[in-house]
Design a protein around this ligand. Structure first.
Ligand code: SUG
Length: 446
């Protein structure tokens, strides 16, 4: 039976904007208050999805969340007889809270959840745990809707086990698949699950960054491994180098990407690289490729600016992988030189580079890998996936039409105070739940 890796991308929502909400994410901090284009953002994301569909990959779509989040506005004491009045009240009294509750951040589905394929789990089901994202308020509010959307996308509990997010406390800070990688020989056989964390819950018990927050704890990673019923001997935990977190590497997927028998990473990514390599390599009888990029080839700063490692590493045939990188990797000279050298050398499985423009998302620190959640699915699991969420030519055209009909060309800081934005979003999302056959997943639909 054929098992493949599907990519579920977050459809970029109608309130995409630059509010500078993410301390430690240099793009988000640097582009604060710039004017965004939700329409361009969503179309760029859809084109990336279409690229992979056209190449023969299974490509899925995860719906965006409804924003601004009226429920949280009310819980925080903003009042009004209607949703519009609540928004106007918040805009007047605390625009920064309104901005947090208007973020379209659910687009970065690498942070939506951690997924363990059925080949790795004790009960033979695909296990999913939505990330609690406690480190950032605008992201912490995602977990409950993410859970509903995942259940509507993978409804059959005979095949899919849906866990609750971990307790919403910093000790269990969890950022989902952005800090999780799975290595394997074939997608359908036992894999090695690799969890990367930024700190331990007890800050006194080990190294941690000094300037920017470490979003993921070791305790969170261990809890996920327990919940998913992973075998201890096939689970590897590694700490990120705190010094790179302080340079803007807020998730492991900003400094490394892995697939099958290959880990592509920066030499400064981990605290103890040799241990990481040993722990992974011992599971592979045949070759495992550690493709290490030296600081002399690409500095951490260049890696962060270009998002070289926030790329999608995809298997196209037995011994060939392609790397889908953002446009910024092409325009950063050291990175582009390195990529040319890598593909020409033919020493590793990475033999081709595909470039895509996702600039609207990149300006918030979200590259190609942030926009997708990888889900390994067997044939029968794929059959039990909501078919309306799987991209094909028709769905692509339908979604492009939907974006063009509902999305604004531009969104500025002041526009977040406009209650019409909420109304437009609700109309768009209501229609989307029908297109994707999701049922009622939004509070405004209850
Ligand atoms: O959580 N940016 C996101 C980017 C997430 C990238 N994901 C991965 N690396 N997997 C974040 O920092 C910025 C929103 C703003 O500033 O308006 C933001 O949330």
């Amino acid at each position: 039976m054929k098992t493949s890796e599907a990519n579920f991308d977050g459809l970029i929502g109608p309130t995409h904007n630059y509010a500078g909400l993410s301390l430690g994410n240099v793009a988000s901090m640097g582009n604060k208050k710039q004017v965004s284009s939700p329409k361009e953002a969503a179309l760029q994301g859809l084109l990336k999805m279409k690229t992979l569909y056209d190449m023969g990959f299974v490509q899925g779509v995860l719906a965006p969340h409804s924003r601004p989040h009226i429920g949280y506005l009310k819980r925080l004491g903003f009042n009004g007889k209607s949703e519009s009045e609540v928004i106007v009240d918040a805009a007047k009294k605390a625009p920064e809270i309104l901005a947090s509750l208007t973020s379209a951040s659910s687009m970065w589905t690498a942070n939506a959840a951690t997924i363990s394929p059925s080949a790795d789990t004790q009960d033979g089901r695909v296990h999913m745990t939505p990330a609690n994202l406690v480190n950032k308020f605008h992201r912490y509010i995602e977990a409950s809707t993410t859970s509903k959307i995942l259940k509507a996308t993978f409804p059959n509990e005979d095949y899919f086990a849906h866990h609750s997010a971990l307790p919403a406390h910093e000790n269990f800070g969890d950022e989902g698949a952005a800090n999780h990688t799975r290595f394997c020989t074939d997608y359908g056989t036992q894999g090695v699950e690799f969890f990367v964390y930024g700190r331990k819950a007890d800050l006194l018990s080990g190294p941690h960054p000094k300037k920017y927050p470490a979003r993921q704890t070791r305790e969170a990673a261990e809890a996920i491994a327990r919940l998913h019923g992973l075998k201890k001997e096939f689970t590897v935990f590694a700490q990120q180098n705190p010094e790179v977190i302080d340079q803007g590497v807020f998730h492991n997927d900003v400094i490394a990407v892995g697939n099958k028998n290959c880990l592509f990473y920066h030499e400064q990514a981990y605290l103890n690289t040799e241990q990481v390599k040993q722990d992974i390599a011992k599971h592979f009888a045949k070759d495992f490729y550690f493709v290490e990029v030296k600081a002399s080839e690409v500095s951490v700063q260049e890696a962060v600016e270009s998002y070289l490692f926030n790329s999608q590493l995809l298997t196209v045939s037995d011994d060939k992988m392609i790397l889908l990188v953002p446009e910024e990797s092409r325009t950063t000279p050291a990175v582009w030189n390195y990529l040319n050298y890598l593909t020409e050398s033919k020493q590793t499985p990475i033999q081709e580079v595909v470039v895509r423009d996702v600039k609207q998302s990149m300006k918030n620190g979200g590259g190609p890998a942030c926009l997708r959640l990888r889900i390994v699915l067997s044939e029968v699991e794929l059959k039990n996936t909501n078919p309306k969420t799987l991209l094909n030519e028709q769905l692509y055209n339908q979604l492009v039409g939907w974006v063009n009909k509902h999305y604004r060309d531009q969104l500025s800081e002041e526009d977040l105070a406009d209650p019409m934005l909420y109304e437009e979003s609700c109309r768009a999302l209501d229609e989307l739940t029908q297109i994707l056959d999701l049922g009622s997943v939004y509070d405004f639909q209850l």
